[in-house]
Ligand binder design. Sequence first.
Ligand code: ZN
Length: 242
Amino acid sequence: MRVLVISDIHANLAAFEAVLEAAGKVHAVWCLGDVVGYGPNPNECVELLLEQPNLTCLLGNHDAACIGEMSVSTFNREARMVVEWTQSVMTEENNQFLKERPLVSVMDEVTLVHGSPRQPIYEYMLDVKSAFENLSYFDTDFCFLGHSHLPLMFTYYPEDEHVKLRFPIAGEPLSLQPRSIINPGSVGQPRDRDPRASFAIYDTDSRSWDLQRVEYDILRTQEQMREVNLPDRHINRLSGGW
Ligand code: ZN
């Protein structure tokens, strides 16, 4: 089964459309949360997501904030502003979709979360120490997660009980070694200085992970953000991928 693994769309419709086109035909879509927040198209992104085959979608911290299930006290002023704007435009139906999102989903050999197995919407998985600690919080061979907006892969080596961090290269598929924790990067707001939208194709039969990057119409998203007065900093960062 060919699965499209995406995360952190962040209401960026132009990026999401480019990813769907580049991914081609897939049997299922696994979305690791943060469908909304930052970008100008929260409703359009939820609606396009709902059209995808065999969709599984997790709750992210921005989604939780937008539906009022998480305090925005940890957000900075600009991020709070975007939460308020998103709340003002979201339809009741799309809000309801976000409210029904789970914190954790287990798909056979893969556990899906937004942040980490230990703290599903809060923790950033950025170093081998937290990856090692999180191994005891899920039982499957693999864990796919988002939140940091960085395409990373942590693999556990039982021989010497250590975790190695790797940076998968787009277009060079890897065969996944159990146990691994993997991030497909962000569709709508990449932060690894590569502004192209990031996603992965996971093949459940061969257990391969194919990270891909695709260019999208960044100017279109930025223009729409300006029209609705979203913060300049969030507009500018899309061009630099930070
Ligand atoms: Zn995010």
